[in-house]
Design a protein around this ligand. Structure first.
Ligand SMILES: [Mg+2]
Ligand SMILES: [Zn+2]
Length: 197
């Protein structure tokens, strides 16, 4: 029997975004003391695990390459994130991170790769490594790329539209180019009743 999995995005999905006072935008955490799990996420992850899903994280992290984040802080954030999950009794099967960006300032990361979502390289890697049936699996995230990647990989998709407003939604619809998320929720805790069905 093949396994089923939930592929989670990290920033804005399991981890809260942070208001950056310097740049005045809401962004991914860039320091370890900014690491906060989204409300309800521990509960959701635990319940999915008890429903038999593997928990796999796939995250675009272009910050190092575009010099918004140091390598050390990336690693500290990653560790803190995992510690917070552990405190809640959750362990992820695996974390996949893409550090590439087509316009990265640091050359080693400047690349048009297949692992950056909407690319699906990490979905395929996980499919093989964990013997996953993608058609019985889910991709969940707060961004267009999460939905496009899940759709392309053949999973079902849930968009967490935590800034849901009609203007925002129409921008998203535009970027989705005809791809429809299977479900749109406002809060992570809504995920359980959808997946349990
Ligand atoms: Mg995100
Ligand atoms: Zn990549």
């Amino acid at each position: 029997m093949k396994n089923k999995a939930v592929f989670f995005d990290r920033d804005g999905t399991i981890l809260e975004m942070v208001y950056n006072e310097e740049t005045e935008i809401i962004d991914s955490p860039s320091r370890p003391n900014e690491v906060r799990l989204s409300p309800g996420s521990i509960d959701v992850l635990k319940q999915l695990k008890s429903l038999g899903y593997l928990l796999v994280l796939i995250s675009n992290q272009p910050g190092i390459g575009i010099k918004k984040l140091t390598e050390q802080n990336f690693e500290k954030i990653r560790r803190k994130f995992n510690e917070e999950l552990e405190k809640g009794g959750v362990k992820l099967e695996k974390e996949y991170y893409c550090f590439h960006h087509p316009f990265a300032q640091i050359e080693e990361y400047r690349k048009k790769c297949n692992c950056r979502k909407p690319g699906i390289k990490f979905f395929k890697d996980a499919e093989e490594e964990f013997n996953i049936d993608l058609s019985k699996s889910w991709a969940i995230g707060d961004g267009v790329n999460d939905i496009l990647a899940g759709d392309k990989a053949g999973t079902k998709t849930i968009l967490i539209a935590n800034l849901l407003e009609s203007a925002y939604l129409s921008i998203i619809e535009d970027k989705l180019k005809g791809v429809k998320p299977d479900f749109i929720v406002k809060k992570p805790k809504e995920i359980i009743s959808i997946i349990r069905e």
